[in-house]
Design a binder for this molecule. Structure first.
Ligand code: APR
Length: 232
């Protein structure tokens, strides 16, 4: 018999206990930086150095942190379930923990791409993207990040995946940013949806959601063990 499919939607909160700042919590990144100055195509047009430095710092930090118990629990879940992760995060902690199926909605920090052809994507060596680093067409490389105001190309694929879920788990996202926040709406009727987050998240659009008001590190481990114990 084929394994039941668990679609997991993750946000910054799943990496918080690894030491990566979230965006909208108190002390979060968007309290320290202005979105319009570092995370939009207009910002890139205006001040490439500032935008590059912002992402260089994020990338540098990524080399200093490790996956946490939540990332590892999702790997363990693969023992009995077909686990598909859809993440808003640009870190690679799910992959480094060992998860086999990870889709990045908002890009990946360790990759860079051409600023004239978005299909030219490269792994950056080291953490520092510099002025003068160019793609094969000679244009400046930019962070491989989906900025505010840019299309989220992965959404149709992610929505299709959500429509095949037997179980859905949402971890550590304020569900403020669309279209990602709307993906749960594509899960089939009757699909159980769990949401793990220590804070109160607006879940009015998720009828019947089972709230687990815990940090990812404890909440995910407990839920994964429950789901594993439900099967022989
Ligand atoms: N465990 C689980 N959840 C946590 C933890 C933790 N240890 N710490 C914080 N959280 C929760 C917060 O309560 C909040 O609900 O994580 C959530 C983080 O929300 P945001 O900072 O808004 O991050 P996210 O939802 O991932 O942001 C979405 O916004 O700026 C963009 O592109 C960026 O992908 C990002 C998108």
């Amino acid at each position: 018999m084929s394994k039941k499919r668990v679609v997991v939607l993750t946000g910054a909160g799943v990496s918080a206990e690894s030491g990566i700042s979230t965006f909208r919590d108190s002390g979060g990144l968007w309290e320290k930086y202005d979105i319009s100055e570092v995370a939009t195509p207009e910002a890139w047009e205006r001040n490439q150095a500032l935008v590059m430095e912002f992402y260089n710092q994020r990338r540098k930090q990524l080399y200093e942190v490790e996956p946490n118990a939540a990332h590892y629990a999702l790997v363990k879940l693969e023992e009995k379930y077909d686990v598909r992760i859809i993440t808003q995060n640009v870190d690679d902690l799910h992959e480094r923990a060992g998860s086999g199926n990870v889709m990045h909605l908002h890009g990946e920090l360790k990759k860079v791409r051409s600023s004239v052809d978005e299909n030219l994507v490269y792994e950056l060596e080291g953490w520092k993207l510099k002025k003068g680093d160019t793609c094969e067409k000679g244009s400046q490389l930019r962070p491989h990040i989906v900025w505010f105001g840019e299309p989220v190309h992965m959404i149709p694929k992610a929505a299709e995946l959500c429509s095949t879920a037997d179980i859905c788990i949402i971890i550590g996202t304020s569900l403020n940013v669309y279209p990602a926040a709307g993906l749960v709406g594509y899960t089939p009727p009757g699909c159980p949806v769990y949401l793990i987050d220590p804070a109160e998240v607006n879940v009015l659009h998720i009828p019947g959601v089972k709230l687990i008001r815990e940090k990812a590190g404890t909440g995910t481990v407990t839920l994964v063990n429950e789901l594993l114990n439900q099967l022989p």
